[in-house]
Design a protein around this ligand. Structure first.
Ligand code: SD4
Length: 330
């Protein structure tokens, strides 16, 4: 039958409404399932490495009182930034080759807003500067002197971040000056945190002094939205730790969120992003990368290249340190 224009329009309208109805009923079903799972799982927060346990405590204080995920992750990672014994975040972080402590951090909230600072010196809480970049400026990222100036103008105090312990470690390193980022030893302290709050909203934060004894001016993945951390409130959030160059080259956190968008669980998505590193970067065995992910339902996942990566998870069942699975079985 030849379709008249009128016929065609009415038939295609019928098809469109028909497919919309199917689409809507699937979406409604999925939506209901997501809500049900989320109700069971939320709130929940996960963060990298064993210092995540203390950071989660502070985040949980916010989450348990029905606070926002963005406030929880900021408060959470601030604990690690203020910890002088932690040699890769905030005060006490190991310096670069030239003895300068330079910090990278970023935040992202449920609206898709993001803020970041890189190569920031003399400020104990770069995460809060990143939050202000997000909340108070039209920009996403401020760097170096400009980031410092913004921090001072916003009321942050100039502080010497190089502790005696970190200075001693740097002086010891200078004797040989070998530039060898070691797996799970000097890279093991960055804190990345993602959370789902009681309202079902996701946010993330990541903060670090980066690789110990790095080249002056080196910036890692941690302040790069999409690399070190990414949030899409429709889907999930992910955060990275380890050798940032590998994460940047594969856009790790964004990739994980996109894998989840395409139907993978957080665990499968982390594994697939580690596999992407394996496929693309032949020297991957020399480095450690750890990924964490959470989805809208409050399900979580974690995976790394090498053994030794762990993370802290706080939900209604309590605050637990968990060993992540890993690719290389050596
Ligand atoms: C960086 N990804 O600067 C950071 C380092 C890190 O655990 O995560 N260490 O490359």
């Amino acid at each position: 039958m030849k379709l008249s224009r009128r016929n065609f329009i009415s038939k295609s309208t019928f098809v469109t409404i028909g497919s919309l109805l199917t689409l809507n009923s699937i979406t409604a079903k999925e939506f209901a399932e997501t809500k049900l799972k989320a109700r069971k799982n939320k709130p929940v927060v996960i963060s990298t490495w064993s210092h995540g346990v203390a950071a989660n405590e502070a985040a949980w204080e916010v989450l348990k009182n029905k606070g926002k995920a963005i406030d929880a992750v900021e408060k959470g990672v601030m604990v690690t930034e203020a910890d002088e014994d932690n040699s890769s975040v905030g005060i006490g972080g190991f310096p670069d080759r030239d003895g300068k402590v330079t910090l990278d951090a970023c935040v992202m909230d449920e609206t898709g807003n993001a803020g970041s600072v890189s190569f920031l010196q003399h400020i104990v809480h770069p995460i809060s500067v990143a939050r202000l970049v997000m909340d108070k400026t039209p920009h996403v990222m401020l760097s170096g002197e400009g980031a410092f100036q913004f921090a001072i103008e916003s009321g942050f105090k100039k502080t010497n971040l190089l502790t005696e312990k970190a200075k001693k470690a740097w002086e010891k390193w200078k004797v040989k000056s070998e530039y060898e980022p070691v797996i799970n030893i000097e890279n093991h302290d960055t804190i990345g945190m993602v959370a789902l709050d009681s309202d079902g909203n996701l946010s993330g934060a990541c903060t670090t002094s980066g690789l110990a004894f790095k080249m002056h001016g080196r910036v890692g993945d941690s302040p790069i939205i999409g690399a070190g951390m990414f949030v899409d409130n429709e889907v999930g959030a992910a955060v990275a730790t380890g050798m940032g160059e590998l994460v940047m080259k594969t856009m790790g956190s964004f990739l994980i969120v996109e894998f989840m968008r395409n139907g993978l669980s957080p665990q499968e998505a982390c594994e697939k992003a580690i596999d992407r590193i394996k496929q693309k970067l032949p020297d991957y065995k020399n480095f450690q990368i750890g990924y964490l992910a959470i989805n809208k339902q409050g399900e979580t996942g974690a995976y790394s290249i090498h053994k030794g990566f762990n993370y802290a998870k706080y939900n209604k069942k309590g605050n637990n340190l968990i060993d992540a699975g890993h690719l290389l079985k050596d």
